[in-house]
Design a protein around this ligand. Structure first.
Ligand SMILES: Nc1ncnc2c1ncn2[C@@H]1O[C@H](COP(=O)(O)OP(=O)(O)OP(=O)(O)O)[C@@H](O)[C@H]1O
Ligand SMILES: [Mg+2]
Length: 377
């Protein structure tokens, strides 16, 4: 290889005149030292640039975390606490930027929500107090109504008992008359016991004593008992059933509920007509207080051709002590007791009525209470 082509050599020429002769002086200088210097310079420049870039990155990250990351975390935590109902939560950012504006807005929102909640709590408390006040007044009214009802109900038989007892004591009644007086006293005492039993039934219901019952037979039995009362008013009691239907129920309680419904129907029929009791199964949606989806239920309808119930009265008929009957004629406990008995069986009673045409009270019972024979069928 030519000497001049060697890398790392600095070649410089200096013109030179010696006498008449012109020439040039070639100076060859090795570049080893300069190259080394250049390489070192490039390396240190690269390292310095890298270090500066890294330093900038670290500073940018630290600033980003301080100015954005942490405030955003605080805002997220504030939003979460407010969401969980902690309306006392606040956040205070030291910076003055959009995030600080957002924090102020969120603090104000929390204050607004806290004020609204306090107002709602105060209003609810006031409403509850008013309601309690009304209920108290209502209770006083119903207790008064019940007291006058019971006083009247018991007053009449007590007068009879007193009169007959006086007749016996004074000797006014003699021989057969004495026996007749004793008989009348017995009847009146039984009547009073019945009233007291109904009140007690209302006050403390016992849990149903379930046993397999044929509901068709239970309906027939109930209607047989009420037959004389209906006939006196020219009312025919009819029953329809799809077939034998056995359920595990407290026969006595179910009969009591059905009796109350039929007696109400008879009372509502001021003219002769037919009162029907229909037994079968039907799909129905339980009321809200019972809950659950639409399903098949055992249904017992009591359909009368009576005066019906006005839309204003209809929502109140199941209220304890609510009655439209005169003092002494009704205590207003029949339907509330019946409803309670059917609820104890896991069912409910519904009512529909057409004023002037009649009413339909329906007892719904859960089919799970079906006895073994019914379940197998
Ligand atoms: N079949 C019906 N037709 C019309 N109104 C009815 C019928 N059933 C109930 N009602 C109304 O509902 C009210 C409440 O009935 P509920 O059986 O609870 O009490 P009551 O019959 O008045 O007295 P009791 O305690 O003697 O049963 C009745 O007073 C009546 O106004
Ligand atoms: Mg009644």
């Amino acid at each position: 290889m030519d000497e001049r082509q060697k890398p790392g050599v600095l070649r410089s020429y200096t013109p030179l005149t010696i006498g008449e002769t012109q020439g040039a002086l070639e100076i060859l200088e090795p570049l080893t030292e300069q190259q080394l210097h250049l390489r070192q310079t490039v390396t240190s420049a690269a390292v310095a640039t890298g270090a500066i870039a890294l330093a900038f990155l670290l500073v940018a990250m630290a600033m980003g975390r301080r100015l954005v990351g942490r405030p955003v975390e605080q805002l997220v935590s504030l939003a979460r606490r407010i969401g969980e109902g902690d309306l006392e939560a606040r956040v205070h950012l030291r910076q003055k930027d959009e995030l600080a504006t957002l924090a102020d807005a969120m603090n104000q929102m929390a204050s607004g929500l806290a004020a609204a909640r306090a107002q709602v709590t105060a209003e609810t408390a006031a409403r509850l107090a008013t309601l309690e006040h009304l209920r108290h007044a209502d209770r006083l009214g119903t207790v008064g109504k019940l007291a006058s009802g019971v006083a009247h109900e018991l007053g009449t038989p007590l007068n009879v008992v007193l009169g007959r007892a006086k007749m016996i004591a004074s000797g006014e009644a003699e021989g057969d008359e004495t026996r007749e007086c004793a008989l009348i006293i017995t009847q009146q005492v039984q009547h009073m016991t019945g009233i007291i039993r109904q009140l007690l039934d209302f006050a403390r219901r016992r849990t149903p004593q379930r046993a397999p019952e044929d509901l068709t037979e239970l309906v027939a039995r109930t209607l047989r008992l009420l037959h004389p009362m209906a006939t006196r008013r020219g009312i025919i009691l009819a029953s329809e059933a799809e077939g034998p239907l056995r359920l595990d129920v407290d026969g006595g309680q179910l009969q009591q509920a059905l009796t109350n419904l039929v007696v109400n129907g008879i009372h509502a029929m001021k003219r002769p007509g037919t009162l029907r009791v229909k037994l079968g199964r039907a799909r129905a949606l339980p009321p809200a207080e019972l809950g659950g989806p639409e399903a098949e239920w055992v249904r017992l309808d009591v359909l009368d051709e009576g005066e019906g119930i006005s839309p204003e009265t209809l929502p109140r008929v199941f209220e304890p002590f609510f009655t439209t009957k005169d003092v002494g004629e009704g205590t207003g406990l029949g339907l509330s007791v019946s409803y309670g008995l059917i609820r104890d069986h896991g069912g409910w009673i519904s009512v529909s009525s057409e004023p002037g045409r009649g009413s339909c009270f329906s007892i719904f019972l859960p089919p799970e209470a079906a006895g073994p024979q019914e379940a197998e069928a």
